[in-house]
Write a protein that binds this ligand. Sequence first.
Ligand code: HEC
Length: 148
Amino acid sequence: MKARLACLSAVFAIAAWAAPEPATPTVDASDLPALGKNWLETNPYRGNAEIAELGHQIYSQTCQRCHGPDADGSRSPAADLRRLDAYCLRIEDADLRAWCTRDVDAYFLKSIRHGKKFVGTVHMPPWEGVLSQEQMWAIKTYIETRKP
Ligand code: HEC
């Protein structure tokens, strides 16, 4: 019970620390290949170094303040985003690994589109309407270059 209370107060400390207003990036992302109106389930830009660089800039303006500079969440209160794909990378079977990566992609997009709420407290604001789908996948492409 004590541990649970300590855990809850840590969660509320994060919520109080984090201003939940999403920041609009000023990086020019108009060169990103257009993805259309439908939400994709997997990262269409994976492995593209130029897009990863652009994603890094967008990340720095929008996610860094909570998830840490260079996506190194080990020093930040919000989740370490580098470990999202780490689990899949350990899977040797290529088909299973691809399946796992698709799952992580879908989870990533859902998390940022809708944000994260915990008993009514906003931990992460929703980014849908602030970031385009192109910008969201560019950020993911950058995070994939940051293996733990
Ligand atoms: C205001 C602080 C804040 C900002 C800004 C922010 N996040 Fe978050 N994010 C959080 C917190 C706190 C959590 C953990 C919430 C929870 O699990 O209840 C989280 C969780 C996540 C998760 C789920 C991680 C997991 O391990 O389950 C993803 C993915 C994510 N954020 C991506 C992003 C991206 C991409 C951006 C930039 C567009 C961003 N976040 C900006 C605070 C923030």
